[in-house]
Ligand binder design. Structure first.
Ligand SMILES: Nc1ncnc2c1ncn2[C@@H]1O[C@H](COP(=O)(O)OP(=O)(O)OP(=O)(O)O)[C@@H](O)[C@H]1O
Ligand SMILES: [Mg+2]
Length: 213
């Protein structure tokens, strides 16, 4: 049983996109709980579209929990599942902290920009605090919405290496397929129109399912 939390105190970095993809891929082979921990309810909207458009597809069970309930209710709820994925809200500090206390593995999506690099300090401070109570919490940075041809991407990779931050090898490129598929309640794999997107998301799933040192 592994609980993943997709976290960043910065908004719009792709937390919901990554959380719904990861939860759906995990749900193909095991009972999976997707906790929408963001009061905006974006993951819950995706789940509602999915029930309308893809009623028979293997899906995570989705529930909305906010603030401390992410930990207090999330822990007993997750016991009924093989895996759980939390989409933690951006600015919701109590919820974000609860997600970091509940999870064994935190994925931090970041873009490739100075602003993303600067904002990493805030989330890493919260991770450090969470480790006082959740010492086994493992963390990986995920580059998302990148353009691999630009210097911004190489600069961000160098920055993460200099800061000794563990980054996932898989990087997610800025692709229209992510916006379209999530809007249809599906994943890029199910959407099927962008093979490169399906392949990179499959690679992300395999990498995060593997052991984390
Ligand atoms: N790899 C990608 N390629 C293209 N668009 C993307 C990608 N990842 C995310 N997006 C788009 O970027 C926007 C923000 O993504 P998302 O909602 O997943 O981020 P978030 O971190 O959950 O945001 P919030 O802080 O508002 O909860 C959305 O419009 C989404 O479709
Ligand atoms: Mg979101």
């Amino acid at each position: 049983m592994t609980i993943y939390a997709v976290v960043n105190s910065k908004g719009g970095v792709g937390k919901t996109t990554i959380a719904v993809h990861l939860a759906t891929l995990v749900a193909q082979t095991s009972r999976t709980l997707l906790i929408d921990g963001d009061p905006q309810g974006s993951a819950a909207s995706w789940a509602a579209w999915r029930r309308d458009y893809l009623p028979d597809a293997p899906s995570p069970t989705t529930t909305c929990l906010h603030e401390k309930a992410i930990l207090n209710e999330g822990r007993p709820l997750a016991k009924g599942f093989d895996h759980a994925v939390v989409d933690a809200g951006g600015r919701d500090t109590a919820g974000l902290r609860s997600a970091l206390l509940l999870a064994q593995r935190a994925i931090i999506p970041v873009g490739a920009s100075q602003l993303d690099a600067a904002a990493l300090t805030d989330i890493l401070t919260l991770v450090d605090m969470a480790r006082d109570y959740n010492p086994d919490l493992k963390v990986r940075v995920l580059l998302n919405r990148i353009d691999p041809r630009t210097r911004d991407t190489t600069d961000m990779v160098s920055f993460l290496t200099e800061q000794k931050l563990a980054a996932l090898k898989t990087m997610i490129i800025e692709r229209v397929a992510y916006r379209r598929s999530v809007g249809d309640g599906s994943t890029v794999g199910e959407y099927g129109k962008d093979k490169a997107a399906s392949a990179e998301m499959q690679s992300l799933f395999e990498e995060v399912s593997d052991s984390w040192q």
